[in-house]
Design a protein around this ligand. Structure first.
Ligand SMILES: O=C(O)c1ccccc1NCC(=O)[C@H](O)[C@H](O)COP(=O)(O)O
Length: 214
């Protein structure tokens, strides 16, 4: 069954709401974003999660050391790399922080997405396809899902679909792209960047039931 990651979680309270609604993974922003939180808060959120819910920190590290430090301070299950990290940086992270899963974001909208995803196929545990935007994420905008579907068909790693997903469009996106997982930030928030229980329940239900009977 498709997995759901809720990203941009800013408080322990919101993290527990995600768990209650059935999220498989919770993402915390340490990269520049209105959803960015301090390291200490990310550690508290990580510690609040029960077994079998994956903690993910989202980074755009300038150096491998920056990523290693964040991992040592927070203890996440996975790192999502949302910037211009090279395959060599990911290789070094694999050596230095073994056991921490690496999710590499590839932005859709600038061309060459299949080639970019292939570049990271050997060093990332999953590829996340997000919409190209000035902030590199959290845009609330969808992209051309035909491109994402092509990436899914072209690589042998799990693909996470992100970018502008909402309760109303997630089922269609899943049916068209057939990703391993979907990821959402703004589409399940009420004003103030607070995660909304009703929107999360609807989003998770629609994502997980999208392929029923197909
Ligand atoms: O969410 C952000 O504010 C953000 C900013 C900069 C880099 C990454 C960011 N989010 C990472 C995610 O995994 C989001 O869920 C993804 O970008 C989709 O966001 P949205 O379009 O709002 O659902």
């Amino acid at each position: 069954m498709i997995k759901v990651k809720i990203c941009g979680v800013r408080t322990v309270d919101d993290a527990l709401k995600c768990v209650e609604c059935g999220a498989d993974a919770v993402g915390m922003l340490l990269a520049p974003s209105p959803r960015r939180i301090p390291i200490e808060r990310a550690r508290d959120i990580e510690k609040s999660l029960p077994p079998f819910v994956t903690s993910v920190i989202v980074l755009m590290p300038a150096t491998v050391e920056e990523a290693i430090e964040a991992v040592h301070e927070i203890g996440p299950d996975a790192i999502q790399l949302q910037g211009d990290e090279s395959p060599e940086m990911l290789e070094e992270m694999r050596r230095e922080i073994p056991g921490v899963r690496l999710i590499k974001a590839v932005h859709v909208g600038s061309g060459g997405e299949v080639e970019k995803a292939r570049m990271y196929e050997g060093v990332a545990d999953a590829i996340l396809l997000d919409t190209m935007s000035p902030n590199r994420g959290g845009s609330g905008k969808t992209h051309d899902w035909a491109v994402s579907a092509k990436v899914v068909d072209s690589i042998r790693k799990p693909v996470v679909l992100a970018g502008g997903l909402r309760p109303e469009n997630v089922a269609e996106a899943v049916r068209m792209v057939r990703p391993y997982a979907v990821d959402v930030a703004s589409g399940v928030e009420s004003p103030g960047l607070v995660k909304d229980v009703e929107l999360m329940r609807e989003f998770i239900r629609n994502a997980k039931e999208a392929l029923d009977g197909r």
